[in-house]
Ligand binder design. Structure first.
Ligand code: HEM
Length: 497
């Protein structure tokens, strides 16, 4: 797209030739007056244009995403800048300089489709690589950790972030009741109420794959990796007061900022890095490397730069390309796979299921979702809005008619497991507890950062109606760091009186 131009003005497709038609293509005589029985009489059922127009309008919405409903997306390019072939055999990472088309959808988590952008909430960072071996989705956030470590808690957690079934509003009691009873959330909550909790825009924040994923190389060796996307625009955040004003004045602030920057030709970019852990080191690492509430300190596993991500093209149609876009942590390509992280394992199911409900069984075949650098060859057929793309090809395998065939090589390597089945707690490693990394994060902050963190937390906790919930919440931060707890207790007391 040319610099500084509104995309709409550059699209010839938008200049429609010829008369307005019905959905079936017949010309429409009058689009202003419906057909009546005589002047001033009742409207006739034979006015098919009217009926079709009203019926189509009634069906314009699909269910919004149950989380991350509000978002904005853009296409871009990923370029490899380092040789990683000793770690993964993924074709899109096979050569320095190699480029892959991408689509990135940013989002907030808790708000509904029409909510304001400038709020304290994690930001989604869902990235699709259209690789020659199929689409690889990395569905992460702007935070390296998460609130919980087992997928079985996710629906409960999200219920506390969304509207209460009785009041219809989000409730501080629900939020802090759940967090205070889930001490593993202390690290992420400390992050969220710190300065980075309200990014100034989608361009001015980092992204993370958050989970640990598997890379495997040609020789079948396994590495555990964590992805980092460092913003080249620099980190910029809003204070709680700034955000309150902006959310009211311009609810679409993040979405507009992204679109306008790309229209101006100011293409946002991120430097992509990975932390890499050889598989043999996982068992004895001081933190459980598959626990999503923990980071791997960079001193243990430094971030190695591997690429550049640039966003350079706006979608032409928000509904088609952003609302109907789908991302799944289960979309892997050869050389990349899941880790045993229990959250990730739950997500491997949840997203495909959500897509089938929200967009439909043929969601994978919409232009934004289908592979762009290869073609999907499946035996799956039919269903709602099937486009007949397989034509007359056989729909079974094995077959003798030259149809697609299985490769015999799994995308990822198997991992050793032991023991008996059961509802097990995530294993605890030597230095693991729910508070250690929250305390480390607090102690890294400057005095001013600590003050803002405590002020933000106190403002939120003081909204809680019950003292026992407020005290339990404070106690989690006290266990992270005594000074943190002391200051927070005083600040909450001052506000609650
Ligand atoms: C077990 C825990 C989780 C479950 C069950 C879950 C489930 C879901 C579901 C059902 C959606 C809506 C998908 C759609 O309708 O297309 C969604 C969206 C999303 N989730 Fe999760 N989620 C979980 C944890 C996480 C975590 C840990 C992250 C980040 C590290 C994350 C990042 C996202 C993002 C970025 C989106 C928006 C994707 C888009 O832009 O379409 N989720 N999640």
């Amino acid at each position: 797209m040319a610099k500084g131009q509104d995309l709409r003005m550059t699209q010839e497709a938008h200049v429609t030739q010829g008369p307005l038609t019905t959905e079936a293509g017949a010309p429409v005589a009058d689009n202003q007056n419906s057909e009546t029985a005589g002047v001033g009489g009742p409207v006739l059922v034979q006015d098919q244009h009217l009926l079709e127009k009203l019926a189509h309008f009634n069906r314009e919405r699909i269910p919004e995403r149950v989380v991350h409903a509000r978002g904005a997306g853009a296409y871009g390019t990923f370029t490899v800048t380092a040789d990683v072939t000793k770690y993964t055999r993924a074709a899109f990472l096979s050569e320095v300089g190699k480029q892959t088309e991408t689509f990135l959808r940013f989002s907030t988590v808790a708000g509904n489709l029409g909510a304001a952008d400038a709020v304290r909430d994690p930001r989604g960072f869902a990235l699709k690589f259209y690789t020659e071996e199929g689409n690889y989705d990395l569905v992460g956030n702007n935070t390296p950790v998460f609130f919980i470590r087992d997928a079985i808690k996710f629906p409960d957690f999200i219920h506390t972030q969304k509207r209460d079934p009785y009041t219809g509003s989000t409730e501080a009691d629900n939020v802090w009741d759940f967090w205070s009873l889930s001490p593993e959330s202390t690290h992420q909550v400390t992050w969220l109420f710190g300065d980075r909790g309200i990014p100034a825009s989608y361009r001015h924040m980092d992204g993370f794959g958050s989970h640990t994923y598997q890379w495997n190389n040609e020789a079948g060796e396994v590495f555990w990796v964590k992805y980092h996307f460092k913003t080249d625009q620099g980190i910029k955040c809003l204070t709680a007061e700034e955000a309150e004003v902006l959310a009211g004045k311009d609810p679409d602030s993040h979405q507009r900022d992204l679109r306008e920057a790309i229209e101006r030709g100011e293409f946002p970019s991120w430097t992509v890095g990975v932390q890499i852990m050889p598989a043999a080191e996982a068992a004895n690492y001081r933190f459980n490397p598959f626990d999503l509430t923990k980071v791997w300190p960079h001193a243990d596993y430094p971030v190695i730069e591997i690429g550049k991500l640039e966003l350079n093209r706006n979608p032409e149609n928000i509904f088609a390309e952003v609302e109907q876009s789908i991302f799944s942590p289960a979309h892997f390509v050869p050389g990349i796979g899941p880790s045993p992280d229990k959250m990730l394992q739950g997500r491997l199911f949840a997203y495909g299921d959500a897509h089938r409900y929200r967009v439909g069984i043929n969601a994978d075949h919409l232009p934004v979702n289908r592979p762009h650098a290869t073609v999907a060859h499946t035996h799956g057929r039919d269903g709602h809005l099937y486009d007949g793309r397989h034509k007359g090809a056989k729909n079974y395998e094995p077959n003798s008619f030259g149809g697609p065939f299985q490769t015999g090589r799994p995308l990822w390597q198997g991992i050793p497991v032991t023991g008996v089945t059961g509802e097990t707690v995530t294993p605890v490693h030597a230095e693991d507890n729910d508070f250690v990394q929250a305390g480390n994060l607090y102690r890294l902050m400057t005095e001013e950062e600590k003050e803002r963190l405590v002020g933000n937390l106190a403002g939120a906790i003081s909204q809680v109606s019950r003292d026992d919930i407020a005290e339990r919440a404070i106690n989690n931060f006290r266990q992270a760091d005594a000074d943190f707890g002391k200051r927070l207790e005083a600040a909450v007391q001052a506000l609650r009186g």
